[in-house]
Write a protein that binds this ligand. Structure first.
Ligand code: GDP
Length: 297
């Protein structure tokens, strides 16, 4: 899909201003409308856009930007800085335990990319820390999920702990944790079940797994293509599970990535990684300034 970037939009809005030299209230109003549209087209949540535009307006009106020929660029800069700040300014590393194993638990809706991300993270940890992670298959509702984790585990040369689909996921995690301690794995990555939407029984199961495994990191995996809906998912999971970070997947698609802004604004939790494809090396550390550029286009 072709988007018109905010820079272009604002240049048009401010095209007539070079001669006038000054910007009045209605110019600001026009600029804010363009910003609102650009953010909505980038799939940022309505409520988040509203708050965001208000903050930008307050900054723009109070600043010296409102005269001179660079008005549009300067407003773009304010928007860019505010986007970067809202998304956390800097990359946030994974939490790490003082003693092994560091436990990372995945959560998210079905199809978001949890299993794939477990494999990618294993590879990332192997490459950046020479880690030896154990992958735990705790999604017992989709028989294919265990097989899928095994395939992923083979690709990244990481062992997979599984007990088939007849054992309660809590028990699988309990035994998987014991196995990791026995084998001195430095990381445990837990793949959990997802549903099509947030569901009480699943949330209870995830809360129980959290209780058992004491994860250092609960990563919510969210499909960036879900756009506006990502907010409800992030809010729901965060309220019930208290996530510690987010992985935003499928950014290789044609989304502008507005979900990143929405999720961070609503949960306050950092996005730590992005998924950029189906392959095991398609995982990137999340940088707020780069995402700001992408959202603005
Ligand atoms: P789960 O149900 O949350 O475990 O999701 P899966 O890991 O099974 O992923 C669902 C689908 O999304 C699979 O076809 C994955 O290959 C695909 N997928 C996961 N992450 C990405 C990504 O970053 N980009 C793309 N294009 N596809 C992804």
């Amino acid at each position: 899909m072709a988007f018109e970037g905010l820079t272009e939009r604002l240049q048009k809005t401010f095209a007539g201003l070079r001669r006038k030299g000054k910007i009045n209230e209605s110019d600001v109003r026009d600029a804010m409308r363009e910003i609102r549209l650009a953010l909505l087209e980038a799939d940022v949540n309505f409520g988040v856009v509203k708050d965001f535009v208000k903050r930008v307006r307050d900054k723009a009106v109070g600043s010296e930007v409102l005269d001179g020929i660079n008005a549009s660029q300067q407003i773009v800069k304010i928007v860019n800085d505010e986007l970067t700040a809202t998304m956390g300014e800097k990359a946030v590393p994974l939490n790490k335990s003082d003693k092994i194993p560091t436990v990372i638990m995945m959560a998210g809706l079905q199809g978001a990319g949890k299993t794939t991300t477990v494999g990618k993270l294993a590879k990332y940890l192997e490459e950046t820390e020479h880690a030896r992670p154990l992958l735990i298959a705790a999604d017992v509702y989709r028989p294919a999920a265990i097989k899928q984790l095994q395939v992923v585990g083979e690709q990244v040369h990481a062992p997979v702990f599984e007990m088939g689909t007849d054992t309660d996921p809590r028990e699988i995690v309990r035994q998987g944790m014991a196995k990791a301690r026995e084998d001195h794995n430095d990381y445990v990555l837990i793949d959990t079940a997802g549903r099509l939407q947030i569901d009480e029984k699943l949330m209870q199961e995830l809360a129980d797994i959290k209780e058992i495994a004491h994860p250092d990191e609960i990563l919510l995996v969210v499909d960036a293509m879900t756009g506006q809906a990502a907010v409800d998912v992030a809010k729901g999971f965060n309220e019930q599970l208290e996530i510690t970070g987010v992985v935003l997947t499928k950014l290789d698609g044609d989304t502008r990535g507005g979900a990143a802004l929405s999720i961070r604004a609503v949960t306050g939790k950092p996005i730590k990684f992005t998924g950029q494809g189906e392959k095991m090396d398609a995982l990137d550390v999340f940088y707020p300034d780069r995402m700001a550029n992408r959202i603005l286009g």
